[in-house]
Structure formats: structure tokens, C-alpha cells
Design a protein around this ligand. Structure first.
Ligand SMILES: Nc1nc2c(ncn2[C@@H]2O[C@H](COP(=O)(O)OP(=O)(O)OP(=O)(O)O)[C@@H](O)[C@H]2O)c(=O)[nH]1
Ligand SMILES: [Zn+2]
Length: 341
């Protein structure tokens, strides 16, 4: 087993602690599934040795350094720097902390189905989160066999996601699937982002050309404990490409989307610099370019409303002060404990 096949590229790190690189393929309560040059196995974090004040807990897709254990769980020494990641608000932190749910992916497949679930507002939200993640978004319109109006959907989608590749497919008939081949490169990782029922599992099976997801469900059903079951959330396909499909991805919260917003709403933000006042709030100020564009119809009302809504949410979830305060407290408590040892 070569960890490079799993997308590992040497990451500059001064501390190797004598560990070897591994990739996290699933996260359970206190145990991680991982893959290293020794094959698939399990690992654990020993908090007292692991946490140095800035360290992040491993998530699916992370590269970590492990002290390999031949006869039991390996010890995870540290998480290596991420080149992309998704986070959600950590429910256990009272809304202050963020929690990574997937890391080190190259492409985000934003999945929308071409039936009544098609939703422009969700698309805008997913795109914003995708730009923020650091990876390249691709919009995948699924269930193309359910509509006669594929090109109409494609046109509407293109208006909402300027500059992003849009591919309409049907996992059922195979329509459009070859358009995705370009992303199925060995060593690359794709993450799927989309609501329940849009066809994520079916898409993975179609990409894999085998019933991967189904197999997984059966295995889970006939095993006793869910947390001891092997169910990989990062799956290696025969083609050498990896897919991350985690439950965590299905309930992402917004977190610092300020940068992603600018990229997915460049058509909106372009007006800001044309306002007469640099601190224009775009409400009733004279010479407001946004209001003018709304009146002339150049900027659709619905687009402006989406922007304002996401902006409000971003500001709300941007309450980082509380988060850093908690982190500091945690660090202090930890270094006290360490000194005491
Ligand atoms: N007509 C049609 N139906 C599809 C297609 N892909 C998936 N479906 C159906 O859509 C339903 C949901 O598909 P899944 O692949 O389980 O969707 P999912 O996104 O993985 O759903 P969750 O596991 O709940 O997140 C199933 O009934 C599939 O048979 C398609 O290309 N065409
Ligand atoms: Zn203005």
C-alpha cells in the first residue's frame, strides 16, 4: 500500500515525531479508521500527548502522522496541515467552535436533482461554502432522466453559478456520466455536497461502476455495534479516485463564508465600488449603485435577497471572539496540566 496513491504529497513539517503518514478514512467516537503503508487499520488520539494548543482533531480525509502499531490501534501523533476543508459549527461547543467534517479534497461536487428538489437558494449556499473550502466546485445536476428540460435547467443554473462547470447526469441511464471522467484522476479526492435524496449514493455507484454504497449499507445492517463497524467515509474507487461522502457533510452550517460570498456573488458585489459613498449600506443613500441596478432590473431582487441573507448568516457565525476565548481557556488549562506532569 502506498500512501501517495491516497493523495499524500510531502507536506512541509519540521516535526515528524518519528511517525509515518496515514489518511483518515472514517471517524467514530474515539477511534479513527485510517490507511497507511501498512494497509487499512485503526488509530486513536491520546489527548494528553496530542494536544499542543493549536492542533486540530482529525477528520475524514486528513493526513496524520501515526506511531504504527502492528497488533492494535496505532497512535495518532498529529494532524498535518489541510489544503482544503469543510467545517460546521460544533454542536457540543454551544455554537462557538468549528468542527471540520472533511479535509484535503480537490473537487466539490455540488449535487442538485432535476426534479422538484431543485433549489437555486441551496445552490448559492453550497457554492459559497465550496469556494470557502479551498477546492474547485463542480455543479452536478442529477436525475436528468426525470425532465425534458435539461438545457433549461442548465441555463438557469449557469446564471446562478457564473464561471462554474455544470454537468447534467443520470445515474439511471448513464446520461452525461462521461462528462465527469475528467475529474476521476488517480490520487484526487472528490467530496459530495447535497441534500438527502438528491442521488449522491447512486452517483458514487455510477462513478465506481459497482454497487459500493449498497454493499456498505448491508454490512452495517448485519453487524452489531455501529461504532465498531467498518464503514469507510472516504472510499477508494477502482479508478484510483477517492470519494468522501460523510453524514457530517449533509448538515453543514455556515462558518466564515465572507470570502466565499465574494466569489459566488461577484455579480452583486461589483456594484459596491460604484456607490457614491464607500460606506454605503445600499438602503436609501443617494447614488447607490445597488439600488439603481435593482430598479433597472440589472440585478434581480431575488439575487440581492439571497446575498443579504447569506451575509447576515455569515456575520452571525463569524462570532469568532467567543470561539477564541474558549480556545485560550482550553490552552491554559492544558499547559497547566502539562507542567503539573
Ligand atoms: N430517476 C432517477 N432516480 C434516481 C437517480 N439517481 C438516484 N435516483 C433515486 O433517488 C433516490 C435517492 O437516491 P440516493 O442515491 O439514495 O440519494 P442520496 O443523496 O444518497 O440520499 P441520502 O443517502 O439520503 O443522502 C433513490 O430512490 C434513487 O433510486 C437518477 O439518475 N434517476
Ligand atoms: Zn450602495
Amino acid at each position: 500500500m502506498n500512501i501517495r496513491d491516497f493523495g499524500y504529497a510531502d507536506i512541509n513539517t519540521d516535526v515528524t515525531d518519528g511517525g509515518i503518514p496515514a489518511r483518515i478514512t472514517a471517524v467514530h467516537k474515539e477511534r479513527y479508521e485510517l490507511v497507511s503503508e501498512h494497509g487499512y487499520g485503526f488509530g486513536r488520539v491520546k489527548a494528553a500527548n496530542y494536544y499542543n494548543g493549536t492542533e486540530t482533531w482529525p477528520t475524514v480525509g486528513d493526513f496524520v502522522l501515526i506511531e504504527y502499531n502492528d497488533s492494535g490501534d496505532s497512535r495518532i501523533l498529529r494532524t498535518l496541515p489541510r489544503r482544503s476543508y469543510f467545517t460546521r459549527l460544533d454542536p457540543s461547543s454551544g455554537g462557538h467552535g468549528e468542527q471540520a467534517v472533511a479535509a484535503n479534497f480537490d473537487y466539490v461536487f455540488i449535487i442538485q436533482s432535476l426534479n422538484k428538489d431543485y433549489n437555486i437558494r441551496k445552490l448559492e449556499r453550497y457554492l459559497t461554502e465550496s469556494w470557502q473550502s479551498g477546492a474547485e466546485p463542480v455543479v452536478v445536476l442529477t436525475k436528468a432522466d426525470l425532465t425534458e428540460e435539461v438545457s433549461e435547467y442548465e441555463r438557469r443554473t449557469a446564471e446562478t453559478v457564473p464561471g462554474v462547470r455544470i454537468v447534467a447526469v443520470s445515474a439511471r441511464t448513464g446520461y452525461g456520466m462521461e462528462e465527469l471522467e475528467g475529474y476521476l484522476k488517480p490520487g484526487k479526492t472528490i467530496v459530495l455536497l447535497g441534500s438527502s435524496g438528491v442521488g449522491k449514493s447512486s452517483l458514487v455507484n455510477a462513478l465506481a461502476k459497482e454497487e459500493i454504497m449498497e454493499t456498505r449499507e448491508i454490512r452495517e445492517e448485519d453487524s452489531r455495534g455501529r461504532h465498531t463497524t467498518t464503514h469507510r467515509e472516504l472510499i477508494m474507487l477502482k479508478s484510483g479516485v477517492m470519494v468522501i461522502d460523510t453524514p457530517g457533510m449533509r448538515e453543514l452550517g455556515m462558518w466564515d463564508v465572507s470570502k466565499g460570498l465574494g466569489q459566488s456573488f461577484s455579480d452583486v458585489e461589483q456594484y459596491f465600488e460604484r456607490c457614491r459613498f464607500s460606506d454605503c449600506r445600499h438602503q436609501s443613500e443617494p447614488g447607490c449603485a445597488v439600488r439603481e441596478a435593482l430598479e433597472s432590473g440589472d440585478l434581480p431582487e431575488s439575487r440581492w435577497a439571497s446575498y443579504c441573507k447569506l451575509k447576515r448568516e455569515a456575520r452571525f457565525s463569524n462570532n469568532k471572539a467567543g470561539y477564541f476565548h474558549d480556545m485560550q481557556k482550553h490552552n491554559k488549562a492544558y499547559s497547566r496540566k502539562k507542567r503539573g506532569n
